[in-house]
Design a protein around this ligand. Structure first.
Ligand code: PRP
Ligand code: URA
Length: 210
């Protein structure tokens, strides 16, 4: 299966991404925007959650209506920058569990290095959405999904704010079964594998470390 990536070009998302890209946007606003965009994206990424019919007594009569049929979810941010999306997605799905995968790109090799992995004990029973604002070479996303698949998870989605074509190609080749949700597909990677035009280093901008 090769699922076509969904590019979420809703005007509210596009507007917020423009603010996010601006080099004059400070850490506080950057964090707020990242969280808001994550919430808007999550609305679309959860569109296929199954529903079941229930009967609810309104003050007037009994209504046949629908509720989410109990599919359990987990969000897995890739540390650090993925943390910036957690609050936004939990606003929409407060009952979801949160796992963490720590990966950083080695500045020399540009390959992801794993330094942390803590996932919910019942992760294999859950629908998992991996979140990270940036998909550059795709190495971090591919490795994170490898780790999650190794725990037996069948139902995985990947959600990022900005992707480079190179990363998207790498991810969909390695994991053709994983639906990908993107808010903006940029032009290319630069010589240091930063996304162009991108927004710079997402982790540094969220946490104010540079
Ligand atoms: C960034 C970003 C992704 C990764 C994308 O994290 O948040 O995880 O780079 O690059 P890739 O697609 O080429 O793997 P980074 O490694 O800078 O770590 P940080 O979040 O701790 O700053
Ligand atoms: N990681 C980032 O934070 N930004 C990029 O452009 C590429 C990787």
């Amino acid at each position: 299966m090769n699922v076509k990536p969904l590019i979420m070009d809703h005007p509210l998302i596009q507007h917020k991404i423009s603010l996010l890209r601006d080099k004059n946007t400070g850490a506080k606003e950057f964090r707020e925007l990242t969280s808001e965009i994550a919430m808007l994206m999550c609305y679309e990424a959860t569109r296929d959650l199954p529903l079941k019919e229930v009967e609810i007594e309104t003050p007037i009569a009994v209504a046949k209506t629908k509720v989410i049929s109990g599919r359990k979810m987990a969000f897995v941010p890739i540390l650090r920058a993925g943390l910036g999306m957690v609050e936004g997605v939990l606003n929409l799905v407060p009952a979801a569990k949160v796992g963490h995968i720590g990966l950083y790109r080695d500045p020399e090799t540009l390959k992801p290095v794993e330094y942390y992995c803590k996932l919910p004990v019942d992760i294999e029973e859950r629908e998992v959405i991996v979140i990270d604002p940036m998909l550059a070479t795709g190495g971090s996303a591919v490795d994170a999904i490898n780790l999650i698949k190794a725990k037996g998870v069948k139902n995985i989605k990947f959600m990022c704010i900005i992707a480079a074509p190179e990363g998207l190609e790498a991810l969909t080749t390695a994991h053709p079964d994983v639906p990908v949700y993107i808010a903006a597909l940029d032009e290319k990677l630069d010589d240091h594998c930063y996304i162009m035009p991108g927004l710079g280093d997402a982790g540094d901008r969220i946490f104010g470390t540079r």
